[in-house]
Design a protein around this ligand. Structure first.
Ligand code: HEC
Ligand code: HEC
Length: 212
C-alpha cells in the first residue's frame, strides 16, 4: 500500500500528508493536552479561555465566535485601561498580537457548556430583553448590531457581573445602552443575564421568536 502511494504521489507528498495528519491529531486532542500544545501569544490565554475559547470555569467568558471587531475592541480597551479587568495578562497583551488573538477566537466553533440558569429568572428576563435589549443584542443575543457582543450561551456568572457593572459605573455604557437600562433594578438585570445565558448559541432551524 505504502509503496503504491509513494509511487502514485511521490515521496515528498506522502511526508507532507503524514505531517499534516500528525498535526491534526495533536490539535484535535481534547482539553489540557491540546492547551499545552498552544504556543505563541495565545499560550497565556489558554489556561483560562482554552484554545477553543471556552472558559474553563464559572465567571470566565466564552470567546468563541465573537466578531473580530468586538474582540479587537475589548483587547484594545484592556490595554489602554478603558475597560477595567482583574486579569493582569489582559493589560500586557502586545498591540501587535491583538489582531491575531481576535481572529483566532472569532474563528472557534466549540459548543459552549450550558450554565446553571434559573427558569424563574429566565421567564422574568425574556420580556425585559425584548422591550429593552433586542434592538442591539439581536436574535436573543445570537447576533448583534452596533458592535454588541454575542451573548447567547455565554457563562451566566460572567454575564450577571457584567450586566451589573454597567449600572454600577464600573464599565462605561456604550452609545444608547444607558437608555435601555433606565429604571431597571438589579434583579431585573440579573434576570436578563439569565435569559441571555440560557439561549442556544446557534439558532434553531425553525421557530425563531420575533419581537414584532
Ligand atoms: C487568569 C485567567 C485569564 C487569562 C490568563 C486570560 N483571561 Fe481573558 N478573561 C478572564 C476573565 C475572568 C474575564 C472577565 C472580565 C475581566 O475580569 O476582565 C476575561 C475577559 C476577556 C475578554 C472579554 C470578553 C467579553 O465578552 O467582553 C477577552 C476578549 C479576553 N478575556 C481575552 C483574553 C486573551 C486574548 C487572553 C490571552 C492574552 C486572556 N484573555 C487571558 C480571564 C482570563
Ligand atoms: C443601543 C444598543 C444597545 C442596547 C439597546 C443594549 N445594548 Fe448591551 N451592548 C451594546 C454594545 C455596543 C455593547 C459593547 C459594549 C462595549 O464595547 O463595552 C454592549 C455590551 C453589553 C454587555 C457586555 C457583554 C460582554 O460580553 O462583556 C452586557 C452584559 C449588555 N450589553 C447588556 C445589555 C442589556 C441587559 C440590555 C437591555 C437592558 C442592553 N445591553 C441593551 C449595545 C446595546
Amino acid at each position: 500500500m505504502l509503496t503504491f502511494v509513494q509511487f502514485a504521489f511521490g515521496m515528498r507528498r506522502v511526508a507532507v500528508t503524514w505531517l499534516l495528519t500528525a498535526v491534526a491529531l495533536v490539535s484535535s486532542a481534547p482539553g489540557i493536552a491540546q492547551d499545552k500544545a498552544a504556543s505563541g501569544p495565545i499560550a497565556v490565554c489558554v489556561e483560562c479561555h482554552g484554545n477553543d475559547g471556552v472558559g474553563y470555569k464559572a465567571g470566565i467568558p466564552h470567546l468563541n465566535g465573537q466578531p473580530i471587531p468586538l474582540l479587537t475592541n475589548m483587547l484594545s480597551s484592556y490595554r489602554e485601561g478603558k475597560r477595567p479587568t482583574k486579569v493582569k495578562f489582559h493589560k500586557d497583551i502586545p498591540a501587535a498580537d491583538v489582531g491575531a488573538l481576535a481572529k483566532h477566537y472569532a474563528e472557534q466553533k466549540a459548543q459552549r457548556p450550558k450554565s446553571a440558569t434559573k427558569p424563574d429568572l429566565i421567564a422574568r428576563g425574556e420580556p425585559l430583553f425584548s422591550n429593552r435589549c433586542a434592538d442591539c443584542h439581536v436574535d436573543s443575543g445570537r447576533d448583534s448590531d452596533k458592535e454588541a457582543p454575542l451573548m447567547a450561551g455565554q457563562d451566566v456568572d460572567y454575564l450577571v457581573a457584567q450586566t451589573l457593572a454597567f449600572k454600577s459605573g464600573e464599565r462605561k455604557f456604550p452609545y444608547l445602552m444607558d437608555k435601555a437600562y433606565k429604571d431597571l433594578s438589579d434583579d431585573d438585570l440579573t434576570a436578563i443575564a439569565h435569559y441571555f445565558a440560557s439561549q442556544d448559541q446557534v439558532a434553531q432551524q425553525q421557530g425563531r421568536k420575533r419581537r414584532r
